[in-house]
Write a new protein. Structure first.
Length: 333
C-alpha cells in the first residue's frame, strides 16, 4: 500500500498528471482500492446561510457585491430554517451538511453567535458539520470546534502564482493561515480548488503540490469545475473538458491517497457516464441537493438512481471517527 508523502515535486506530480489517460485512471483506481472502500461515496449537502453582498472580488463568484449577477442578498438564515434544510438533506442520504456564508472573514458578533447555534443543532442530528465562512482566527476556529464543527472548508482556488489574477482582496497566505488556524483547533480541513478559471496546467499541478505537501493532507479535497456566471469577470470561460476533471481527480487521489476527493461544482453539466469516470478515478464524495450555494446541482433522487446504476453506496457520518477535540470532550465529559 502506498504511504503518505509530503515532499512531492512539481515534476513528479506533472509526470502523474500527464500519463496516458487510461493508465492514469487505472493507477488512481488501484490506489483508491488500496486505501478506501471504492464503492462508498459520501453525500454532502451545501446550503447558503448568508447569500450575496460579499466584499471580496473573486472573479468566479456571483456573490461578490461588485458584480451584477442577479443574485439577491439574503441576511443570515434562521436556525429553524437551517435545521429544516439539514433534516431534508439527511433524509436524502447526506451525512454531511456544509453551511456557507458570503463573508470575507468571520467577525465576533451576534451573527457568529447564531452560526455557533446552527453548528450545535446540526451536530446534534449526528451529521458531520462543515462551515465555509471566509477567513478565521485561531480563537474563532476553537469556538466552532467547541460547538461540534467537524470540518472547515477554505479552498486555495488555484496556484499561488495565479492567485492574484483571480482575487486581489486577500492573499494566498491569508488562505494558508486560515487553514493553519483550523488545524490548531483540531478540526478536519476541506481544501481544494477550481479548474476552468483560465489557469495553466502548471497552475493546477502547483495547487495540488501545495495541498499534498501540507504537514497533514486535507481530509477532504474538493475538485470544482468552474460554473461561469453572467456578470462575473469569468462569465465567458468555456466549460472544462471532462478529461481535465478526471485527470485532476486521479492525480489528487494518487498524491493524497487517504483524503476524500470531492466531485464538486460543475457536476450538473456531467452525464452519468462522465461522473462514473470520476468515481473510477478516485472521487468518493459528491454534493447533492438542488443547489451549490447559488448554482444548480443534481437533486437527491437523481443521485440515488445513479448510485443504484453504478453499484455505489452512501458513506455514513464520522466514518473515520470524530475530530480529536470532540473525542477529548467525550472522554472528560
Amino acid at each position: 500500500m502506498q504511504g503518505l508523502r509530503h515532499d512531492w515535486t512539481k515534476e513528479e506530480i506533472a509526470e502523474i498528471y500527464h500519463k496516458p489517460f487510461l493508465d492514469l485512471v487505472f493507477e488512481a483506481a488501484s490506489v483508491h482500492r488500496q486505501n478506501k472502500d471504492y464503492s462508498e461515496v459520501q453525500i454532502s449537502s451545501l446550503i447558503s446561510i448568508k447569500t450575496g453582498g460579499c466584499a471580496e472580488d473573486c472573479s468566479y463568484c456571483p456573490q461578490a457585491a461588485r458584480y451584477n449577477t442577479g443574485v439577491d442578498v439574503h441576511a443570515l438564515m434562521k436556525l429553524t430554517d437551517v435545521v429544516t434544510a439539514a433534516v431534508k438533506a439527511k433524509e436524502g442520504g447526506a451525512s454531511r451538511l456544509c453551511m456557507g456564508a458570503a463573508w470575507r472573514e468571520v467577525r465576533d458578533n451576534r451573527d457568529f453567535d447564531r452560526v455557533i447555534e446552527m453548528v450545535k443543532a446540526v451536530n446534534d442530528m449526528d451529521m458531520e458539520v462543515c462551515c465555509t465562512l471566509g477567513m478565521l482566527t485561531e480563537s474563532q476556529a476553537q469556538r466552532l470546534a467547541d460547538a461540534g464543527l467537524y470540518a472547515y472548508n477554505h479552498n486555495l482556488d488555484t496556484s499561488e502564482e495565479d492567485y492574484k489574477r483571480i482575487i486581489s482582496t486577500r492573499t494566498y497566505d491569508d488562505r494558508l493561515n486560515t487553514i493553519k488556524n483550523v488545524r490548531k483547533a483540531k478540526l478536519t480541513v476541506c481544501s481544494g480548488g477550481i479548474i476552468g478559471l483560465g489557469e495553466t496546467t502548471e497552475d493546477r499541478i502547483a495547487m495540488l503540490q501545495t495541498l499534498a505537501n501540507m504537514e497533514k493532507h486535507p481530509e477532504s479535497v474538493p475538485v470544482n469545475a468552474l460554473v461561469p456566471v453572467k456578470g462575473t469577470p469569468l462569465e465567458d470561460q468555456p466549460r472544462v473538458p471532462i478529461w481535465d476533471m478526471v485527470r485532476m481527480i486521479a492525480t489528487a487521489r494518487i498524491v493524497m491517497p487517504k483524503s476524500v476527493v470531492r466531485l464538486s461544482a460543475g457536476r450538473n453539466e456531467m452525464s452519468i457516464l462522465e461522473q462514473a469516470f470520476c468515481f473510477m478515478a478516485g472521487a468518493n464524495s459528491i454534493f447533492a441537493g438542488d443547489k451549490l450555494l447559488t448554482t444548480p446541482n443534481p437533486a437527491f433522487n437523481e443521485d440515488m438512481a445513479m448510485f443504484e446504476l453504478l453499484g455505489l453506496k452512501t458513506r455514513e457520518a464520522f466514518k473515520n471517527g470524530r475530530p480529536d477535540n470532540t473525542q477529548k470532550k467525550e472522554v472528560f465529559a
